[in-house]
Design a protein around this ligand. Structure first.
Ligand code: ADP
Length: 272
């Protein structure tokens, strides 16, 4: 082929000498760098993916790392609210400038670009994945140690495109106790395997409720199957997050950076 660049990773020609598929991975914005890109995924919406993304980012920031959150959950963005960020993102000659939280975490979310944060995003899949790609290529992130991606929920078209476009180093799967007994988690694990992305850990959210009076743990959604599912897939890091009304209150008030709890400390240490 006349236009063959002899680099199969970047060449778009369909030539008989092709040795590897063309890589769809985009380069990060030219004024930015990162050490590790971690995607937080879930089988479906509402299981606490944004909660875990926020807590992992807060932990990294507290540990002194330069931290960022790319909110790729375009149709259900909840990261800015959890961090109490209401400012609009501004543009510069180099690109879009992320908004910083009170403690200095860089955020980019579609809600920081919409005229009114309550406007619904009624876009089709390719437009949504195009915006996520732009958050990677056009946002001036600066030098980031840990960037957490709050992924679109599920294992469908949008999640797949994001997986293929960003050079994700590993994923954290967030699940509820009920999902662990279904095949939803298996699907997320298999998707990661197909994409050649390691699963760094599984977080079972809403695992139990601890009585504030007697400290007894109540397993509201039934007994946990976390260990067994993790062992089946050779996943070493597991964590359990209780149902804690103070967590949802902090999110509602935009004060998640003030959370207290050590549930994700080991998971955090495992990725540093
Ligand atoms: P997802 O990102 O998976 O859609 P969210 O993280 O937005 O889910 O969580 C859904 C709702 O449940 C939010 O209102 C959040 O504050 C609340 N929530 C999530 N995890 C917990 C928890 N462990 N304890 C109390 N509330 C929680």
């Amino acid at each position: 082929m006349s236009d063959c660049t002899h680099n199969c990773g970047s060449c778009g020609e369909s030539c008989s000498e092709r040795t590897a598929p063309q890589s769809l991975v985009e380069e990060i914005n030219m004024f930015s760098s990162y050490k590790k890109l971690i995607a937080v995924v879930s089988g479906k919406g509402g299981v606490g993916k944004s909660m875990v993304t926020s807590l992992m980012a807060v932990n990294a920031n507290r540990a002194g790392y330069s931290t960022a959150v790319l909110d790729a959950d375009i149709t259900g963005p909840s990261i800015p609210k959890a961090f109490g960020v209401t400012e609009r993102a501004a543009g510069s000659q180099q690109g879009i400038v992320p908004v910083e939280t009170e403690k200095g975490i860089a955020l980019m979310s579609v809600n920081l670009l919409l005229e009114d944060a309550s406007d619904p995003v009624v876009w089709r899949g390719p437009v949504i994945s195009g915006v996520v790609k732009q958050f990677w290529t056009d946002v001036v992130w600066g030098d980031v140690d840990y960037m957490f991606v709050d992924m679109p929920p599920g294992t469908g078209d949008v999640a797949l495109t994001v997986f293929q476009s960003l050079p994700i180093d590993g994923i954290i799967i967030v699940t509820s106790p009920q999902e662990l007994v279904s095949m939803i988690v298996e699907k997320a694990v298999k998707m990661a395997e197909m994409m050649n992305v390691p699963v760094l850990g599984i977080v079972e959210n809403m695992s139990y409720f601890e009585c504030p009076n007697c400290s007894e743990k109540h397993y509201i959604y039934g007994e946990s199957h976390l260990e067994e599912v993790a062992a089946k897939h050779g996943i070493k890091n597991i964590a359990r997050l209780p149902i804690d009304p103070s967590l949802s209150k902090l999110c509602d008030e935009g004060k998640i950076e003030a959370y207290e709890g050590n549930w994700l400390d080991d998971m955090s240490k495992a990725i540093y």
